[in-house]
Design a protein around this ligand. Sequence first.
Ligand SMILES: O=C(O)CCC(=O)C(=O)O
Ligand SMILES: [Fe+3]
Length: 603
Amino acid sequence: MCKIGFFVFCCRLLAVLKIKMYKIYATGWDLIVFSMVCVLLDSEQGTMWDLWALDWVHQKAECLRFCIGRSVTHVGQLPVSADIEYEFGTRNPYNFLQVTYYKLQRAASAAHTYFVANPSHLEMRNNIEKYRRMDGVTDEDFQDRESHNEKHWVLYDAALQLEANSEWKQAAEKWKACVNETLQQTEECRVQCEVSQLSPVFVFCPALSLSLLSCRQSCVTQVATRPGRISAQEDFLPTQLEHLHIAQFKAGDISGALQTLRSLLLFYPSDKDSLDNLQLYHETLGGDTESQSAQPAQVPFKPLKVHYIKITTVVSKQVTHLLSYPFLFVLSAGGPVPQVGVTITMDDEMLNGTNRVVLDGVMTEKECDRILQLASVAGSLGDGYRGRRSPHTPHETFEGLTVLRAVKVGGNDITEAGLRDALSSISVRTVLHSYFRSPSGLFITFTHLVCRTAVTDDQKGRLDLSHPVHVDNCLLEPETKQCWKEPPAFTHRDLSAILYLNDDFDGGELFFTNRDAKTVTARVKPSCGRLVGFSSGPVNPHGVTAVTRGRRCALALWFTKEKRVVDDVMIPVLDNMSSWGTMQIWWLFACFPIYCAWSVVMP
Ligand SMILES: O=C(O)CCC(=O)C(=O)O
Ligand SMILES: [Fe+3]
């Protein structure tokens, strides 16, 4: 197999040389190479050569699509670069528009349109609050100006809402509309792909056919991706059908439910639950299911299309799964706490949730003072965040101290004594590893010391939070209760730990909520030596109430099960503090690029 791959590679090399000589784009070689790639891909076991060859054909297709497509597509349908696609995809132009609009109502709608796709943008949230307070701006002005492309999302959310209120008949109507709208959007997206077929040159160019297929295939994920999100909602269409099926059943529309179930079975023909349900309908309707469901008329599928979508969603499901969960990491709270003086103050039951714990006695007053002192030294020397407004609220300032900074400002003395002993990172890890009965090792991925200080005389009528509700390893979307495991969230974080250093301030309580980000399920008041540990995933949305007086300091640590994933290059310093000096830190910097290169070569 490898030899054939190598042969293809050589063919390709010759073809490239030829192209250079004759300055033409498409040659007979393309056809030969492409056919060989097809033969290779048809075989049971592929090799890296196959993938490289396919990648080359793909890249060439992209290039041709851009160069040739330019001359044949209509005005307004010109291909654009990935940068421009990104800018429009994230709705960045609306950020500028809301500044430039003279009319307040237009500015408000531009701000809202931008915010829909960028819900964690603090400035835009503040702007929207300001617009709301302004005379002449009403609720109706906050229109999403891109919603024409996202009608199916509006229907989707409305259907969920009706379902939550047990209004099954209306929910079924909405789900049906949502399914049809989703199919229509997918079809429209595919038509856009086909615009490039206008030129006869495309008929003879296999690379372009591949590009067209790839474009058509991407429509399924595009339509299943919410504005501003990177990942698509898994199994978007089957999920809607599942909801529709339940809503129809609950609303008493058995024949409708049966038709939907049959459509669902086209996606997953061997799904046990669906087959059981089908059997049930069979028995209930006395074997008359065929006549009632011969034509799935209410959900206008053509089998061929469904088949196509099915393959795409299944593949994307597998890929997402592989990317997000290299191996399973299941915590099981309730293990022993092997450290003298450390007590369990609150467990899952008292904290009303899963994989949460509050431990006391992790540090002494003396150790807390030592770290607070360190924070002051670093602060006075000017750490990155010093005196800056908090990234979360204008009513507090924020001081942050990374371990790197601590080592630099502290010198060896603080490095050794202050960080290793006082920060107790290693004992935090040991205690949490044991309590949560972690199935694999835990590696520190990032740690920082954060102090939040209330801005004096600026606390009246505060309704905001010191840290809005969030999940540490995914982007929480409270409206749909989904959590997206994608950047900018730190998706590799598995376990979070907050070690508190003081209690001489007002407010600043840590609280946990449900996925709606509203229903508070537990509260924790910080104090010196108190450690809160919790799994970093969607079961633990949390936030911090406003700090209305004084300064609240805490050391935050995040752990990961994946040894090679880090967001702070100083981890080995914490892991082996006693044997590593400042010199080794610089040595580490030198090694890091080599380590990165190695990771690329040996994925
Ligand atoms: O300081 C706290 O209590 C929580 C901070 C937090 O949730 C975070 O930094 O992600
Ligand atoms: Fe957090």
